[in-house]
Design a protein around this ligand. Sequence first.
Ligand code: B16
Ligand code: MG
Length: 222
Amino acid sequence: MQQTTAPIACIFDLDGVLVDTAVYHYQAWKSLANSMGFDFTEAQNEQLKGVNRMRSLDMILQWAGIEKSSEEKEKLAAKKNEQYVAMIQKMTVKEVLPGSLELLTALKAEGIKIALGSASKNSALILERTELAHFFDAIVDGNSVSSSKPDPEVFLKAAELLNAENENCVVFEDAVAGIEAALAAKMMVVGIGKPENLAAAKVVVKDLSQITLREIEALRFT
Ligand code: B16
Ligand code: MG
């Protein structure tokens, strides 16, 4: 009897994978830190990727050795978000990262299910501004999870909504925390960025233009 393999399902992180918003997060956090009289390094910024807003703020304050009350932290996070939203409101389809549109289109043409698995609470605005919303069969973002990456919740929920088994899901991630989350969910993972930053991912590519649908489908056999 011939064995059939279940189709793969693809789960995309948003910031830094499909769209170039990682740089806006960095600018907004840096400007907040500078306004308080301190800074953080690019290596520290790598650790903020994929991490939710309040946890990112906690990390930045901890690096600076500053303690704030919950109320003050809410205000600081709101200030950062205001600046970030002002930047993403001006986004266009031009800020979609190389290969994103081509890969999403190819997946759709093959009938492969697609979900978003992002920590961002601003994903709806970004998907609308960049005209990507129509590609997704399911959206899981910072508004629908209680635990931040590296907790696997965001990807487990996405797989559930797609009706896919975890081991058939391929996660595309630019963040160390996101790769940890995907591995904890027992999913396949493609790192997006520099291999030296994303050592836990077996496959790392510069951007989505550097991987084909066939290579993605072959991941389960590696
Ligand atoms: P927001 P992703 C993450 O999005 C970003 O990588 C991370 O830097 C950011 O702090 C987080 O979203 C929360 O974003 O402040 O917009 O809710 O990479 O998981 O798509
Ligand atoms: Mg990201």
